[in-house]
Design a binder for this molecule. Structure first.
Ligand SMILES: [Co+2]
Length: 325
């Protein structure tokens, strides 16, 4: 499906811009009162803008790298959603388990006063120590090993010299390339004392991701994922950014199918052996964003916060297995 304008760390064609526009104006109608009231609420968090990015980190020769990191080429992706063999599934399990353990490490490492650059360094080193390559590094020119998106940064925040503050919420997005396969996961963490609205937003984002996972089984329309997610978000007065989607994943970082996180007329069905990510960005305000001049950082247009959780899942013959637990 070649429809979305942006997906996780990848930009697709703009055929869908009209659809995104429609979905957004519908959302604006629905949320107008909530968003209007929201704009008057006192903010209990800092509005973040990009800081200084440290020099590129080194990766030893001995670490196997994806092709794009070796020669700057495009990632090689299948034309259609791939049904993986038992050998490929075993590879995905290993890569995803490593990504999950690094995310857990990052979550326990974070603290008030620590810069996101320090978190990036710690995860980078841990990743190399396990013999894996941090997939985001040099992916389409991305300069760091993880993404750290704080408060009003919706996604693809580049780790920098800004220290984390008491009350921040920060999404840490980790992907590793391990023994030939990518595993991708993210979570939003609370730093110190987060206000009630922020805590609720993070909880809703986690529930939305889990609602998407819960509908997965062979034969189900991929559309069911976005339907479940948007229902969950709307029930809490939250919105979902339509342009950032989940993706197929394997020996490639981002491939088909696109996993759309709102209810949108898509036709593909899930099949046993597919692996893809589910990673909705859930907003407390309207789902409007802009990309900053670094060409990566996506921030909300109204400075409101968003939260995101991500799993890589495998469709099994009887249902779904979360690989990044
Ligand atoms: Co992803």
């Amino acid at each position: 499906m070649m429809v979305l304008t942006y997906s996780c760390m990848r930009r697709l064609c703009s055929l869908a811009s009209q659809w995104c526009h429609q979905s957004r104006s519908e959302c604006r109608r629905r949320l107008s009162i909530a968003a209007f009231l929201h704009s008057f609420k006192k903010r209990h968090y800092h509005i973040v803008s990009p800081g200084h990015v440290s020099p590129l980190r080194k990766v030893p020769e001995s670490i196997p790298k994806p092709l794009y990191a070796l020669n700057g080429s495009d990632d090689v992706v299948p034309r259609e959603a791939e049904v993986k063999s038992a050998v490929q599934i075993a590879g995905m399990r290993r890569a995803c388990a490593l990504a999950a353990s690094l995310l857990q490490f990052a979550g326990s490492y974070l603290q008030v006063g620590m810069t996101t650059d320090e978190v990036d360094r710690a995860v980078h080193e841990k990743c190399l120590a396990r013999g894996a390559y941090p997939s985001p590094l040099l992916y389409k020119g991305y300069p760091k090993s993880i993404c750290t998106s704080v408060n009003n940064v919706a996604c693809h925040g580049i780790p920098d010299d800004r220290p984390l503050c008491d009350g921040d919420i920060v999404n840490v997005d980790i992907t590793v390339f391990y023994e030939g396969f990518h595993g991708d996961t993210s979570a939003t963490f609370l730093i110190g004392h987060v206000d009630e609205a922020g805590q609720k937003l993070v909880e809703v984002a986690r529930r939305c991701r889990d609602a998407g996972v819960a509908v997965c089984r062979p034969g189900t329309n991929l559309r069911g994922i976005g339907k479940a997610i948007s229902k969950c978000a709307e029930a809490e007065g939250c919105s979902v950014i339509p342009e950032f989607c989940g993706h197929g994943i394997g020996e490639y970082f981002h491939g088909p199918p696109d996993i759309i996180h709102i209810d949108y007329a898509t036709t593909g069905k899930m099949r046993a052996g597919m692996t893809f990510t589910i990673e909705p960005i859930v907003c407390e305000g309207l789902p409007d964003f802009k990309i900053l001049s670094d060409k990566w950082t996506a921030v909300s247009s109204d400075n409101s916060r968003s939260a995101q959780f991500e799993h890589t899942v495998l469709i099994t013959p009887s249902g779904v297995e979360v690989l990044t637990l």
